[in-house]
Design a protein around this ligand. Structure first.
Ligand code: NAP
Length: 494
C-alpha cells in the first residue's frame, strides 16, 4: 500500500530507468541535470539512456509477454487499469506538484486537468476494452468469419513535455488495454511524473516488464534506439512534425506501424454575430492555457472586421487579468515556460514580430520584469501580421497570439486553412448553417463550434496535413495497438 505522498518521496534525486518492475541504474554513466524551469532549480540528475538500456527493457518486455500478462483477458487487464486510475487519483496532489515543478505549469491546472485526465485515460480504456466484441460474419457458403484482436507485442511510446503525464497515459492506457508490453521514452525536459508511475504500476499489480520507462534523449539517444530496435513493432509518437519525419525515416527499413500526433497552428474564428463575451473569453483561454504550449492552442485569432475593435479591447482586458506567477501559488494562472531554451525561442519570434513592418505588439512581447528568474514570458498579442509571415505559418508553441481581420467567410476559411498544419480550429457564430459550412470546409482533424478543447475520449483525435498520421482516441487507439487476425471456419451445412 502506498502512503499519501510516497509516490513522489520514493523518487530518488538520481533517476535511472524503470525496467522489469524496478527502478534501475542505467548501463552507462552519463546523466543530465533536470531543471524546475520556474525556479531555475535542479531537480536531480537523470540517466541518459542508451541502446543498451533499451535492450534491457526489450528483454524485460519479452519476458512479460511470455508470462501471465501474455495470457490475460480484456476484463483482467481492465481490472488492473482501473486500479491504476484509483491510485493516480489517490496521489493526485503529489503528481500535480511534481508536474508543476517539472514543467512550470500552474499546480491548479495540473491538478484539475492533467492528473485528473490521466486517471480518466486508464478508467476509460479499461471500460472500452472490457466491452469490445469481435465482429463475425457468415458468408454465402456458410463459412463463419471472425476477426480477432491480438496484442502487437512490444510497442514504443515517445512523448513530449507539454502535457507530460496526460500524453503518456493517453498512449499507455490503450496499449496496455490491448495486452501489449510497452517501453515509454518521456521527454527529457519532463521525466518525473512518468517515473513516478512505476510505483503506481507496481502497486496496481501490473506484472514486471509490462511497462518499462527509459529516460534520456530522443535524437541519437534512447528515443532513436527505441525506434530502430527490431523487436519494437510499433511506435506511437507525439511531438514536433520534424521529429515525426526523422522517426518515419528511421522506422522505414523495418516497416513499423506508426501513429503520429504532430504540431499544430490552431485558429479561433469569431464572426460578428457570435456571443462575443463567450467567444473572447474562450479565445484567450485557447491562446494562453498552459502558457500557449498546447498543440490544440488557438494561437491565431481571426475576427470579422466589424467587431474587431471590440474583440481586441475585450481580449486585452482578458489578457491583463492573467496572473503570471509561481506555479505552486493557487492564484497563478500562467506559469513558466518549460525551459529557458524554449523561452528564448519564443522571445526570438517576438523580436521577429517587432522587426516586421506593419506589425504591432498590443501587449507582452517580453520577459516579465518581475520574473528574471525562471523561464517566464508575458502573454503577447500581435496584429498586422501577413498570412505568409512566419508568425502565422510556424508553430511558436508559446504565449503568442496573432490577430487577423476578415471581411468574408471565404477569406476567414482561407486564413484558417492557409498553413502547413491541420490539427484544430474553433468557430464562434450564432448561425448554425455558417458554422456547419465552416466546419465542413476546414482542413482540420478537430473543429469546435462555439467551444474549444472539448474532448470526448470516444472520438477520433489527430491532425491532417503536417499535423499527424492516423488517429488516436477510443476505438482508434485500440485499433492502433492491435494486430487483427481473421479466422474463417467451415460450418456444417444444415
Ligand atoms: P519533440 O522535440 O518532437 O520531442 C518529442 C519526443 O520525441 C521527446 O521525447 C523527444 O526526446 C523525442 N525525440 C526527439 N527526436 C527523436 C528522434 N529522432 N527519435 C526518437 N525520439 C525523438 O517535441 P516536444 O518539443 O517535446 O513537444 C512539442 C511538440 O509536440 C509541438 O510541436 C506540439 O505541437 C507537439 N504536440 C502535438 C500533440 C498532438 O496531439 N498533435 C500534442 C502535444 C504536443 P527529447 O525530449 O530528448 O528531445
Amino acid at each position: 500500500m502506498l502512503s499519501k505522498h510516497r509516490v513522489v518521496d520514493l523518487l530518488p534525486t538520481k533517476h535511472g530507468h524503470f525496467i522489469g518492475g524496478m527502478y534501475v541504474d542505467p548501463r552507462g554513466a552519463e546523466v543530465y541535470t533536470n531543471i524546475a524551469p520556474a525556479y531555475d532549480m535542479p531537480l536531480g540528475d537523470v540517466a541518459v539512456g542508451t541502446a543498451d538500456d533499451v535492450q534491457v527493457a526489450v528483454d524485460a518486455a519479452k519476458a512479460a509477454l511470455a508470462g501471465p500478462w501474455g495470457r490475460t483477458t480484456p476484463s483482467e487487464r481492465a481490472k488492473v487499469l482501473r486500479r491504476v486510475a484509483e491510485l493516480l487519483l489517490e496521489h493526485r496532489q503529489a503528481f500535480a506538484r511534481l508536474e508543476a515543478l517539472d514543467s512550470g505549469k500552474p499546480y491548479s491546472e495540473a491538478y484539475e486537468g492533467d492528473i485528473a485526465r490521466s486517471a480518466y485515460n486508464f478508467q476509460f480504456f479499461a471500460d472500452l476494452t472490457a466491452h469490445q466484441v469481435s465482429p463475425s460474419y457468415t458468408s454465402d457458403d456458410g463459412t463463419l468469419h471472425t476477426t480477432l484482436r491480438e496484442p502487437i507485442g512490444i510497442v514504443g511510446l515517445i512523448t513530449p513535455w507539454n502535457l507530460p503525464l496526460y500524453l503518456a497515459t493517453w498512449k499507455l492506457a490503450p496499449a496496455l488495454a490491448q495486452g501489449n508490453a510497452v517501453i515509454l521514452k518521456p521527454a527529457e525536459l519532463t521525466p518525473l511524473t512518468a517515473m513516478a508511475m512505476g510505483n503506481v504500476f507496481n502497486a496496481a499489480g501490473l506484472p514486471p516488464g509490462v511497462v518499462n520507462i527509459i529516460q534520456g534523449f530522443g535524437a541519437g539517444g534512447a528515443g532513436e534506439a527505441l525506434v530502430k530496435h527490431p523487436d519494437v513493432k510499433a511506435i506511437s509518437f507525439t511531438g514536433e512534425t520534424t521529429t515525426g519525419e526523422a522517426i518515419m525515416r528511421a522506422a522505414a527499413p523495418q516497416l513499423k506501424k506508426l501513429s503520429f500526433e504532430l504540431g499544430g497552428k490552431g485558429a479561433t474564428v469569431i464572426f460578428a454575430d457570435a456571443d462575443l463575451d463567450q467567444a473572447v473569453a474562450t479565445a484567450a483561454r485557447a491562446a494562453f492555457r498552459n502558457q500557449g504550449q498546447i498543440c490544440l492552442a488557438g494561437s491565431r485569432l481571426i475576427v470579422e472586421r466589424s467587431v474587431a475593435p471590440q474583440v481586441i479591447d475585450q481580449l486585452l482586458v482578458a489578457v491583463r487579468s492573467i496572473k503570471i506567477g509561481d506555479p505552486l501559488d493557487p492564484m497563478t494562472t500562467m506559469g513558466s515556460l518549460v525551459s529557458r531554451d524554449h523561452r528564448d525561442k519564443v522571445e526570438k519570434y517576438a523580436a521577429y514580430a517587432k522587426s516586421c513592418p506593419g506589425v504591432e505588439i498590443l501587449c507582452g512581447g517580453k520577459i516579465p520584469s518581475d520574473y528574471r528568474q525562471g523561464a517566464y514570458f508575458e502573454p503577447t498579442v500581435v496584429t498586422g501580421v501577413a498570412q505568409e509571415s512566419r508568425l502565422i505559418q510556424e508553430e511558436v508553441f508559446g504565449p503568442v497570439l496573432t490577430v487577423q481581420v476578415f471581411d468574408s467567410a471565404d477569406e476567414a476559411q482561407n486564413m484558417v486553412n492557409g498553413t502547413p498544419y491541420g490539427l484544430s480550429c474553433s468557430v464562434f457564430t450564432r448561425d448554425i448553417n455558417k458554422a456547419q459550412n465552416f466546419a465542413r470546409s476546414a482542413r482540420m482533424g478537430l473543429v469546435w463550434l462555439n467551444t474549444w478543447f472539448s474532448r470526448d475520449l470516444h472520438t477520433a483525435f489527430g491532425g491532417m496535413k503536417r499535423s499527424g498520421i492516423g488517429r488516436e482516441g477510443g476505438q482508434y487507439s485500440l485499433d492502433f495497438f492491435s494486430e487483427f487476425k481473421t479466422i474463417s471456419m467451415a460450418m456444417r451445412p444444415y
